[in-house]
Design a protein around this ligand. Structure first.
Ligand code: ADP
Ligand code: MG
Length: 307
C-alpha cells in the first residue's frame, strides 16, 4: 500500500536529538536572570523585558496546507483567551495580510523593510483582530537582498528584540519553501508548529523539514524544535485521511495535536471578508476547532513553564 512506503523513509531518518543540548548556556547568555526583576513591562527599544513572548513559526514547505489559515485563526483564538498576540506575515504572497483585509500591493512599509533596511518592526504592525506585521509584494526580493548581508539568517530574530516583551505569543507565517525567509523564522523561533494536510504525499516533506531544522539547531538556534503537528483539511469520511493520521501518530506520537482541523469551505470564505473564521462564524465548528487547538498549544506551553 502506498502509505506504508512512507514508513521506512520516516524511520530510516536518524532521529535528531530533540534535546537542545546547548540550551541552558545560550539562554543564560541572552536572558540574565537578574533581568527578570525589571519592573517596567514596556521595555525601551533594544531592551529585553522580563516576560518574553513565546515565538512560534508555522512552517511546511508545501503550499496549501493551511499555514496561513492556522497562523491567523490560532492567533485570534489565543487572543480570545487573553493573550497578547502578534502574527507576522513572512510570505511574499501576503496571504496573511490579505486575510485581515489589507492589500499587500498598497502597503508602504512591510517586513521587507524590517529585514533588509532594519526598520523597527513596530513601524509595520497594524492592529486588526490581532496585531499583524504586514507583508508586501517586495518581500519577494528579501531573500536576494538578505543573501548579501552578514547575519542574514538572524535579521528577524534581531528585529523581534524590540517587541518580544510586549507579547505573550508571536506567530510567524512562512512561505512554502525552506529558503532564507523560513530559516529566519526558525532562527527567531522557540518552537515550530507544522500544519499537515491529511494525505500521505504531504507527510513526505516532513523529513526534509526536520533535516533543515536539525541544521538550524546545530548552527544557529539550538532551542528550536517541532513543538506540534496539526492535521488539517481532515475529512474523516475517507480512509485515506484516517490512515494519514495513523502514520503521523505512529511516527510523531504526542507531537500530533488531538485537534483535527476538518475540511470546510468556511476557512476559505472568512479571509475573503478580511476576517478570521472566529469572527466570521464565531459559533461554528470551524472556529471551535481553532479554539481547541489554541487550548492544546497553550496547555503545552504551560506544562513546559511549570516543568
Ligand atoms: P498555506 O498557507 O499553507 O499555503 P492556506 O492557509 O493559504 O495554506 O490554505 C490554502 C487554501 O485552503 C486556502 O484557500 C484556505 O482558505 C483553504 N483552507 C485552509 N484550511 C482549510 C480547511 N481546514 N478546509 C478547507 N479549506 C481550507
Ligand atoms: Mg500561506
Amino acid at each position: 500500500m502506498a502509505l506504508s512506503r512512507l514508513l521506512p523513509r520516516l524511520q530510516s531518518r536518524p532521529e535528531p536529538d530533540p534535546e537542545p543540548v546547548e540550551e541552558e548556556p545560550v539562554e543564560a547568555v541572552e536572558e540574565p536572570p537578574r533581568l527578570q526583576a525589571v519592573p517596567e513591562p514596556v521595555a525601551a527599544p533594544g531592551a529585553e523585558s522580563a516576560l518574553m513572548a513565546n515565538v512560534i513559526a508555522l512552517a511546511n514547505q508545501k503550499g496549501g496546507v493551511a499555514k496561513t489559515t492556522t497562523t491567523l485563526n490560532l492567533g485570534v483564538a489565543m487572543r480570545e483567551r487573553g493573550n497578547r498576540v502578534l502574527v507576522i506575515d513572512l510570505d511574499p504572497q501576503g496571504n496573511l495580510t490579505m486575510s485581515q483585509g489589507m492589500n499587500p500591493d498598497a502597503i508602504e512599509r512591510s517586513m521587507f523593510d524590517v529585514l533588509v533596511h532594519r526598520v523597527p518592526i513596530s513601524d509595520v504592525i497594524k492592529s486588526v483582530e490581532v496585531d499583524i506585521a504586514v507583508a508586501s509584494i517586495d518581500l519577494a526580493g528579501a531573500e536576494l537582498a538578505l543573501s548579501a548581508l552578514i547575519g542574514r539568517e538572524r535579521a528577524l530574530d534581531k528585529a523581534l528584540v524590540e517587541v518580544r516583551g510586549r507579547y505573550d505569543y508571536i506567530l510567524i507565517d512562512t512561505p512554502p519553501s525552506l529558503g532564507l525567509l523560513t530559516i529566519n523564522a526558525f532562527v527567531a523561533a522557540d518552537g515550530v508548529i507544522v500544519p499537515v494536510q491529511c494525505e500521505y504525499l504531504s507527510l513526505r516533506g516532513l523529513v526534509q523539514l526536520e533535516n533543515t531544522l536539525a541544521m538550524v539547531r546545530e548552527n544557529l538556534n539550538p532551542r528550536v524544535h517541532v513543538q506540534g503537528i496539526v492535521p488539517t483539511m481532515y475529512d474523516g469520511r475517507t480512509l485515506h485521511a484516517r490512515e494519514a493520521i495513523e502514520i503521523l501518530e505512529e511516527h510523531f506520537g504526542d507531537l500530533v495535536y488531538e485537534t483535527r482541523i476538518r475540511k470546510t469551505v468556511r476557512y476559505a470564505e472568512a479571509p475573503v471578508k478580511g476576517n478570521s473564521v472566529l469572527k466570521y462564524d464565531p459559533s461554528g465548528p470551524a472556529a471551535q476547532a481553532y479554539r481547541d487547538l489554541a487550548k492544546e498549544v497553550l496547555d503545552g506551553a504551560k506544562a513546559r513553564d511549570d516543568a
